[in-house]
Ligand binder design. Sequence first.
Ligand code: SAM
Ligand code: SF4
Length: 330
Amino acid sequence: MPSQLIDKFNRKITYVRMSVIDRCDFRCVYCMDEKMTFLPRAQILTLEELEWLGRAFVELGVTKIRITGGEPLVRKNILHLFQVLGELEGLKELVLTTNGSQLVKMAQPLKEAGVKRVNISLDSLKPDRFQKMTRTGKLNIVLRGIEAALKAGFKRVKINAVILKNRNHDEVTDLVQFACDYGIDITFIEEMPLGMIGEHDRAEAFYSSAQIRQDLEESFTLLPSAETTAGPARYYRVINTDTRIGFISPHSHNFCDTCNRVRVTTEGRLLLCLGQEHSVDLRRVIRANPGDIMALKQAIIKAMAIKPKGHDFELDEQPQILRYMNATGG
Ligand code: SAM
Ligand code: SF4
């Protein structure tokens, strides 16, 4: 059995993003509909199944696992999963994407469990607007969460901001200033057409990374940087600061050639590409072969043959992909 994952375009897969829950305490307008139906419990992977998956991937040469959701930190007993994954030999980076709502109490235990880096979503620094964009979120709790993460001493803390025209596009400079003040990184994300959201027209809300960069250059000097975190972002350094700015631009910059990642949905579907439906049902494999890690590893290796060359997002009115970001694992 091969000890690494290589797809048919010769890309080595070393990074897995696992969505551990589809539920969330927020309802961000670009991610969820106001009324969402969540998966029945029996359909989502158990914590033991998630551990098992993590172990199989690491044995197949994966060195980085990102835990995401939904909101991963609202899943009961999730800390245990971090503790188990944090001990896997060969896993160099255990990282987390969170909305920050639980970090006041969880930042320190997560750090102790071996989480290296944390991405925290923050789209606005204005309490009213923050609440409108997240529908249920409270800005001050997230800000305190960011401070708790800094205090816990993660190797890197980063802000993720989805920018929508006429919603928060006028805050890009303030968000970068916030990142500079705290000495942390920030990534701006173009909205992706995942799921039917109904709340706004995605084509109208589109605000490009190029436009954001132009806006920022009125206040900051940005130096292009060759740095990569094995992700799709392009990076700039803000001169005279510790802050890097990343831009994830699925519409204007196709990042597929160097794709090194796959995703596992909350239901255990191995997604070979964020923007395509090619997938393999790993939950079925796990449940049909209890305790048999070889069967699981075989299924993962076999799946590499169907990893597509790239995604193909268009700013159509209808989403091309009907699954929502929360179950996909953003
Ligand atoms: N709940 C956590 C959070 O918000 O950080 C983790 C899951 S969330 C789905 C992961 C990331 O996906 C967040 O940074 C969020 O802003 C982003 N996201 C959600 N829906 C998106 C969309 N339609 N287009 C682009 N980014 C999206
Ligand atoms: Fe929840 Fe994250 Fe989606 Fe917002 S982006 S609704 S915080 S899963």
